[in-house]
Design a protein around this ligand. Structure first.
Ligand SMILES: C[S@@+](CC[C@H](N)C(=O)[O-])C[C@H]1O[C@@H](n2cnc3c(N)ncnc32)[C@H](O)[C@@H]1O
Length: 314
């Protein structure tokens, strides 16, 4: 089945979400050593441009296999064949893929194909958009007191069977076209129609924009604002700590965690005493005193400042 080992090799590198600062050091080393870089459009192109802007000169030829204006993306079979062909020419080929190669990136298929063809192949993990893009909107996927689990799915997956409530964060990739349907399905489950939702478009890119609503409102907001791909959709109570969250949905991240700690401490000590209860009550009260919604935005590619102004959109 497998053929003789070739002299060339393939390295699948996760480029991260599009900002050269989020490429791993191991990924950079692979790019520097490459003869050819076979690059996707989303994520990968931004990283190559960012490196060039930072004065990093790569000697490799770049082959663009992603969709770009006037050109269709190269089909997966064609990419697989190209990787093997270039490696058989004795080249060190870097396959640069957006985010992480193994998160809805078909990295497993490319790896298997190269191995099947007897081509040496390794994988360098990347920072997935599923985590890094929500982070830029100030949204942690888990947060003490708000969410203990997260699931990453695509808008094309069957989400009817997805269990959990608002404390189980759902991250939708490739979810813009199916947003209305996904929101309706999730609203019918334990999360309910009032469950907060954030859509972060073009994270780290020129069009970066955050929209926050609920499962009930988000489809309408998306239509009104002309929300476009690429975007990451986050569903769950963690959205409430985002500085983009409107005041009526927002909670203070620190207070939520402290409240949980107080509750757990009371459970452990077995003395759910009056002072602990009073502390929890005062924390709950203080949530009502959050600052009113004000417009705010985050410069492209920067993390949100601590306690930045709150707004439903940017
Ligand atoms: C085919 S999936 C690839 C995911 C990638 N392997 C990863 O780990 O991030 C493409 C989807 O990732 C999301 N995505 C990737 N980069 C993004 C970015 N910079 N901003 C927003 N969404 C992004 C979008 O949901 C897009 O439709």
């Amino acid at each position: 089945m497998t053929r003789a080992v070739q002299t060339g090799r393939v390295t699948l590198v996760g480029a991260g979400p599009g900002d050269a600062g989020l490429l791993t050091l191991r990924g950079l080393r692979a790019l520097e050593a490459a003869d050819v870089i076979v690059a996707d459009r989303l994520g990968a192109r931004g990283v190559l441009d960012g490196l060039a802007a930072d004065g990093v000169q790569l000697r490799a030829e770049v082959v663009d296999v992603g969709k770009r204006p006037g050109h269709h993306a190269v089909p997966q079979d064609g990419i697989n064949a190209l990787l093997v062909h270039l490696a058989r020419e004795g080249k060190h080929v870097v396959r640069l893929k957006g985010g992480d190669p193994y998160v809805f990136g078909r990295g497993g298929e490319e790896l298997a194909f190269c191995r099947e063809e007897g081509v040496e192949v390794e994988v360098v993990a990347g920072i997935t958009s599923a985590i890094s893009v929500p982070a830029i909107a100030g949204i942690p996927l888990t947060h003490r007191g708000l969410a203990t689990a997260f699931t990453v799915v695509t808008g094309h997956d069957q989400i009817e069977a997805l269990g959990g409530g608002r404390d189980h964060t759902v991250v939708l990739l490739m979810g813009v076209g199916t947003l209305a349907h996904s929101a309706m399905i999730l609203a019918h489950g334990a999360r309910g129609a009032e469950c907060p939702v954030a859509v972060i478009e073009d994270g780290f890119g020129a069009r970066q924009r955050v929209t926050v609503g609920t499962l009930d409102t988000i489809a309408h907001q998306a239509a009104e604002r002309g929300i476009r791909s690429p975007a990451v959709v986050v569903v769950g109570d963690v959205v409430r700590v985002s500085p983009y969250c409107p005041a009526e949905l927002a909670v203070d991240a620190l207070e939520v965690s402290e409240e949980l700690s107080a509750r757990l401490a009371a459970q452990h000590s077995g003395t759910a005493g009056a002072d602990v209860a009073a502390r929890a009550a005062s924390t709950a009260d203080s949530r009502q005193e959050l600052p009113p919604s004000r417009p705010g935005s985050v410069p492209k590619g920067q993390l949100v400042p601590h306690r930045a102004p709150r707004s439903g959109t940017d």
